[in-house]
Design a protein around this ligand. Structure first.
Ligand code: SF4
Length: 219
């Protein structure tokens, strides 16, 4: 089996296991998803979801957030960590959205990564979810799973993205990326991968596969 064939087979198995491949971040507009993804750096989606309702209630538009008092934004997002840098970035991104793009999120990697606080990971989330572009979101879960399966040995996110893009057909790229992300959260977890109940175990090259339930998995 070539890596491309293996990627297609992995998708075929995981697609029905994770039918809802929408992000776990809550949002009701492109602006809100942009801000939520920036806030999700170095924290959990659940933590971001705890702060964004009040943030977006106070600042419902890019214009309002761009003009916000830094201290108020910092207080609202404090619990997501790195709150000073994140407050600066989300205000600056809101300003760029307002001033450069008339409030409409752009749909190219170059434009998105030109916005403050937006790296390739954030841009790929936005491209995949909002722009319907093939995208690979390399976060901690995705990176771990694709290394274990044997699709790459790279650790650097840009390289992981490049190597996966080379073997995953464009038409399944976004969905496979999300499915592998969920697989990393729920089955192929960092400390204790549940290989014994993994639907892609026979397609995975991980040498330390677990074959029986681990103590902490037994209720
Ligand atoms: S077999 Fe184990 S290591 Fe491989 S993807 Fe499944 S849970 Fe992860």
């Amino acid at each position: 089996m070539t890596p491309s064939e293996r990627a297609a087979a992995v998708f075929e198995r995981l697609d029905p296991v994770y039918p809802d491949k929408r992000p776990l971040l809550e949002y009701s507009s492109p602006f809100e998803l942009l801000i939520a993804v920036i806030l999700s750096a170095q924290t959990t989606d659940a933590q971001v979801n705890r702060v964004t309702p009040e943030l977006f209630r106070r600042f419902p538009t890019p214009q309002a957030l761009a003009a916000a008092e830094p201290a108020e934004v910092e207080t609202l997002i404090f619990s997501t960590g790195f709150y000073r840098a994140k407050a600066r970035n989300i205000r600056a991104a809101a300003r760029a959205l307002t001033e450069q793009y008339a409030g409409e999120l752009p749909c190219t990697m170059a434009e998105l990564t030109g916005m403050p606080g937006v790296g390739r990971k954030t841009a790929n989330v936005l491209l995949g979810v909002l722009c319907d572009r093939p995208s690979i979101v390399v976060d901690t879960h995705f990176g771990r799973v694709v290394r274990r399966i044997g699709f790459t040995t790279a650790r650097q996110p840009d390289r992981v993205e490049r190597e996966l893009a080379a073997i995953v057909p464009a038409e399944i790229r976004t969905e496979l990326s999300m499915a592998l992300n969920f697989h990393g959260r729920y089955v192929c977890t960092a400390r204790n991968p549940a290989c014994f109940r993994c639907p892609i175990a026979d397609l995975c090259l991980f040498e330390e596969k677990t074959s029986a339930p681990q103590t902490e998995d037994i209720p």
